[in-house]
Design a protein around this ligand. Sequence first.
Ligand SMILES: Nc1ncnc2c1ncn2[C@@H]1O[C@H](COP(=O)(O)OP(=O)(O)O)[C@@H](O)[C@H]1O
Ligand SMILES: [Mg+2]
Length: 573
Amino acid sequence: MTVYKRLFRYVIPHWKIVPAALIGMILVASSNAYIPFLMSQVIGILEEDGRASGSLLIPLILFITFVVRGFADFMAVYGLNWLGRAVIHDLREDIFQHYTKLPSAFYDLNSSGSLVSKLTYNTEQVSEAISNVVVVGIRDSLTIIVLIGAMIYISPALTTMVAVAAPIVGWLISLMSKAFRRYGLRIQTSMGDATRVTEEALSAHRIVKVFEGQEHQKKQFSEINERNRKQFMKLVAASAAGDMLTQYTVTAAVTAMIAVAFSGLLIQDLGASVFIGFLTAMGMTLAPLKRIININAALQRGIAAGLTLFETIDEPVERDAGTKKIDRARGEIKFKDLSFGYQNSETKVLNNINLFVPAGSSLAIVGRSGAGKSTLVGLLPRFYDVDTGQVCLDGIDVREYRLKDLRRQVSLVSQDVILFDDSIANNIAYGLLADSPRADIEAAAEAAYVKEFADELPDGLDSPVGQRGALLSGGQRQRIAIARALLKNAPILILDEATSSLDTRSEKRIQSSLKELMKDRTTLVIAHRLSTVENVDRIVVLDQGITAEEGTHTELMSQEGIYSGLHRIQFSD
Ligand SMILES: Nc1ncnc2c1ncn2[C@@H]1O[C@H](COP(=O)(O)OP(=O)(O)O)[C@@H](O)[C@H]1O
Ligand SMILES: [Mg+2]
């Protein structure tokens, strides 16, 4: 199966630890084999009543055997857990890296909770499978093999008798595997659901409070929590039942063997030392046998977890087939016969859009909410790719540029400002901008009026913003986003309702610095308040996916259309 193969590929780079672990396991298994012989010898000596003849040799050997066995066990457990943790580490790196490269549509369709759970829970399962399964699987199966060898050596006749139990054990193992995998998958799904619901409840805590959503959230969580418990209990029941059945099988074999031995029917002249030695060997197989059947639970859970992990890793990353390099674009934008609809919906959001924005000019996009304004501007940095038509930058289809190069041309202040849990300064100088000189950061903060409120905080620009910027007001967050865009200094600037959370006075002031910023770059401005777009070169009105009106402010005002209508409504009060 491919899951094994792929997991194995994660093991290969760390193969060096494997021999040490393997030696440990072999030592453990072979020291186990010695114990039945030891018992046999002890009985033999006692039988001959030669208490003195054995002297201290046997206890000494016993002591040394267990010292070696203890250290060997340490080597095996440590080595394989080391391997397991290394695999987890590498898996997490790969998954996290993959998460940063997926196309926007993937994030639309997958809850972040289940993605988080894959990174945390699923990888744990995989690692547990690898380390436990290998420790138990190799060490214990070696032990069993060695013990069976000892049994054959001690008494081939008795061994043949108990061999009858082997197929029953095999059948048990296969029966358990199926159950384990089924419950493993269900547990995994419920873990993902639990993470998702918890995350939602935590991030929406204000809404939960005001709209009294506690009951609803609690109910949602309880159901998932209960499902998780039930599936886990089924797994526990299956595993405990497996234990029990193994025990019964071995017990049945042992009792049958004793009965036969006592009856003297099949085997004559059975010496006590042989019998005890054999019985010890056989009894010693019980514990490893149980563990082997039970690690199947971990193994199957690991496989189930690995399956979904690899599914995610196989999700195609953003298409980046373009080869054209670009250092700094002039900034001419063209939307040509463009149509676009989101993956999960039938209707087109944008229909046959044709727009031309000369380099260095500004275009305002206005229209009702849901008209497709954010969607349209998002096509330029290729958050999504168009269905038909083209978006061109400097006359070349955006898909022909290298994705990185393309996005370097664009600065964006998006509608919902997302800040990282870091300082104000680090939020402004984010990503590629992280190494910006302090003076530049301060200049951007000054221009976006970030300094104004930052100076009142104890650590100024180095004050923390909290998770998602929770320690700041909406307007303050927006100003940080604007400063970030200023610092990037890209030839194209997209302002998607960038000043919507600001009061009129702050907006007016920022507007003046934005105007400064727009001077020698191409700007796409989306704004609710029409007062903020009067000064742009051109205005386009989007309505139901088409460009309903287009022109300068004066031109549009002279028509009795949507724009002048909106204008009238906004300025009547
Ligand atoms: N990620 C998405 N997946 C599916 N549909 C979306 C997505 N984002 C927006 N939409 C839909 O596309 C339409 C346009 O949305 P949007 O471009 O955000 O409008 P605007 O910015 O003009 O308010 C809306 O009907 C919205 O429901
Ligand atoms: Mg929008």
